[in-house]
Design a protein around this ligand. Structure first.
Ligand SMILES: Cc1cc2nc3c(=O)[nH]c(=O)nc-3n(C[C@H](O)[C@H](O)[C@H](O)COP(=O)(O)OP(=O)(O)OC[C@H]3O[C@@H](n4cnc5c(N)ncnc54)[C@H](O)[C@@H]3O)c2cc1C
Length: 425
C-alpha cells in the first residue's frame, strides 16, 4: 500500500531553486515599496528567468502554456512562492488572474481564448473576478446584478464589491443573474466584460494594509455597471452555468491559497523562533520562558497539521478530482486561515512593539492573514459546509450506539458461554 511523504529528487531540485530565487531576488523588492506600475516593470527580467526554468503559469495544462504538474507539486511550489505576496506575480500565478485563467481554459471559446487568455498568460494584461455584492457576499443566492439579453448583446445593471484589481484589469469575469425565474444556482452566468465599456464606474476601497490603495499588487474596487452593453458572445461557458464553473475553479485554487498561507505562517514562525533565541529579559532568553515555549510548541504543531491537511487535500484532488474532495477543501480554508492568523499574532507578541512596527514585515503579513478569514467565503460558511457533509453520514437513533448498559446486555448474550465456563470453575 503506497503511503509516501517524499518529494521526487527532480522536483526537490526545482523547489530548492525557487527557495533561493525567492530569497535573493524577490524578498529584497518588498523593502522598496514600489507602486503597481514600477513593480510590474521591475519584475519583467525575473519573470523571464521563471519562464526559462519552465515554471511560468505552472497551474495550467500544457496546451495553455502550463506544465500539468498536478496539485501536490503545485502545492509544494506555492508554499515557497507564498512566503511573499510578491512571489506569485513573478511566477505568473497571482490571484485573481490564475483562477480567471483556469476559468478561461475550462470554458472559453477559441475566440475568447485568443482575445483574453493569451495576453493574460503572457502577463500583458490583468483580469478581475466580479462576484461579491455588499452585504450578501456569503450568500450568492441573493445576488441581484443582472444581465438581460437584447438581440446580440447583454445589457448589465447592478453593483459589485471588493473586486480585486477591478480598475487595473482589462476585463472582468462577471457573475450575473441571467434567468431570475429559476433557482439562483441555475440562473446565473459568467460574462466577460471589457473594462473600457461605457457605463462602468469604479471606486478603489481602502483596506487594512493599504488604506490609500498604493500597494504594488491589488486594489479592491466597488464597481457599478449601468446599462453596460457587451456582445452576447462574451458569455463564458453555458447560460446558467456560473455556479458549476465557480466550483471547478475554486477547488485547486484553494489549495494554492492555503499553501501560500503555510509559507507565510512558516516565515512568521521562523521570525518568532529567531527572536526567542536572540533576546533575553528578566534573567533568561525568551526561548526559555514557558509562555514563549507554549507559543512555539503550539505553532509548530499547528503549522505541521495545516500543511499535512492541505497536502492531503491536494493529493486527493489528484486521485479522485475536486468534487469528491469538497470536505477536505473546505476544511483547509478555515483551518489554514486560522493557523496563519494565530502564528502571526504570536510572532508579533514575541517581537513586542517592533513586531507591531513596519520595521518588521509581520504587521503587513498580519493584515494579509486577517483577510484570509473572509475572502473565498468567510470561515463560517466553510465550517457549515463541513458540518453538513459530516453529519449526513449519521442516522438518528433512539438509544446511542455507544450506550453502555445496552451494549452490556448484548455482551452478556454474546459471551454467555464464557460466563458459564468461568462460573463452573
Ligand atoms: C482581500 C479581499 C479580496 C477579495 N477579492 C474579491 C474579488 O476579487 N472578487 C469578489 O467578487 N470578491 C472578493 N472579495 C470578497 C469576498 O469574497 C467576500 O468578502 C466574502 O465572500 C464574504 O462576503 P462579505 O464580505 O459580503 O461578508 P458578509 O456576507 O457580509 O458576511 C459577514 C459575516 O457574516 C457571518 N456569516 C456569513 N454567512 C454565515 C453563515 N452561513 N453562518 C454563520 N455566519 C455567517 C460571517 O462572520 C461573515 O464574515 C474579497 C474580499 C477580501 C477581504
Amino acid at each position: 500500500m503506497p503511503w509516501d511523504f517524499s518529494t521526487e529528487p527532480e522536483w526537490e531540485e526545482q523547489l530548492e531553486w525557487m527557495r533561493n530565487f525567492l530569497r535573493t531576488e524577490i524578498l529584497p523588492l518588498e523593502t522598496l515599496h514600489l507602486d503597481h506600475e514600477t513593480f510590474f516593470r521591475a519584475i519583467r527580467p525575473l519573470q523571464q528567468q521563471v519562464k526559462d526554468r519552465g515554471l511560468w503559469a505552472a497551474h495550467l495544462d500544457p496546451e495553455h502554456g502550463g506544465q500539468g504538474y498536478g496539485q501536490v507539486k503545485l502545492a509544494l511550489m506555492h508554499e515557497i512562492l507564498g512566503m511573499s505576496e510578491l512571489g506569485p506575480p513573478v511566477f505568473g500565478n497571482q490571484a485573481p488572474d490564475s483562477g480567471n485563467a483556469e476559468l478561461l481554459a475550462l470554458a472559453a471559446t477559441d475566440e475568447q481564448k485568443d482575445e483574453w487568455l493569451a495576453p493574460l498568460l503572457a502577463g500583458e494584461i490583468l483580469s478581475a473576478f466580479s462576484m461579491t455584492e455588499q452585504g450578501t457576499g456569503s450568500d450568492p443566492k441573493q445576488f441581484t446584478t443582472a444581465a438581460v439579453r437584447d438581440g446580440d448583446e447583454w445589457v448589465i445593471n447592478g453593483s459589485k464589491w471588493f473586486v480585486s484589481n477591478g480598475d487595473r484589469a482589462a476585463f472582468h469575469i462577471l457573475m450575473a443573474v441571467t434567468d431570475p425565474s429559476v433557482h439562483p444556482y441555475e440562473g446565473q452566468s459568467m460574462i466577460i466584460v471589457p473594462t473600457d465599456k461605457a457605463g462602468i464606474e469604479m471606486r478603489p476601497i481602502g483596506v487594512m494594509n493599504d488604506p490609500d490603495h498604493k500597494g504594488p499588487l491589488h486594489d479592491h474596487c466597488e464597481v457599478h455597471y449601468r446599462d453596460v452593453r457587451v456582445p452576447y458572445s462574451n458569455l463564458l461557458g453555458d447560460e446558467g452555468g456560473a455556479f458549476v464553473l465557480a466550483q471547478k475553479r475554486l477547488g485547486p485554487g484553494r489549495i494554492h491559497h492555503c499553501m501560500r498561507w503555510i509559507g507565510v505562517a512558516q516565515r512568521a514562525f521562523d521570525d518568532m523562533c529567531e527572536r526567542s533565541v536572540s533576546m533575553s529579559v528578566h534573567g533568561s532568553r525568551l526561548a526559555d520562558k514557558q509562555f514563549v515555549q507554549d507559543f512555539i510548541a503550539l505553532s509548530a504543531a499547528d503549522l505541521s497539521a495545516s500543511r499535512l491537511l492541505t497536502l492531503h487535500a491536494a493529493w486527493k484532488i489528484d486521485q479522485v478530482g475536486a468534487s469528491e474532495t469538497r470536505q477536505e477543501i473546505a476544511m483547509i480554508k478555515y483551518h489554514g486561515a486560522k493557523v496563519m492568523h494565530d502564528i502571526l499574532d504570536r510572532a508579533i507578541q514575541v517581537y513586542g512593539s517592533l513586531g507591531f512596527s513596519t520595521d518588521m514585515p509581520l504587521a503587513e503579513m498580519y493584515a494579509y492573514a486577517r483577510a484570509a478569514r473572509l475572502y473565498d467565503g468567510p470561515d463560517e460558511v466553510h465550517k457549515a459546509t463541513v458540518a453538513k457533509i459530516v453529519t449526513r453520514r449519521y442516522e438518528p437513533v433512539e438509544i446511542p450506539t455507544d450506550h453502555v448498559p445496552t451494549r452490556r446486555v448484548a455482551a452478556m448474550e454474546k459471551y454467555a458461554n464464557l460466563f458459564d465456563v468461568v462460573s463452573a470453575q
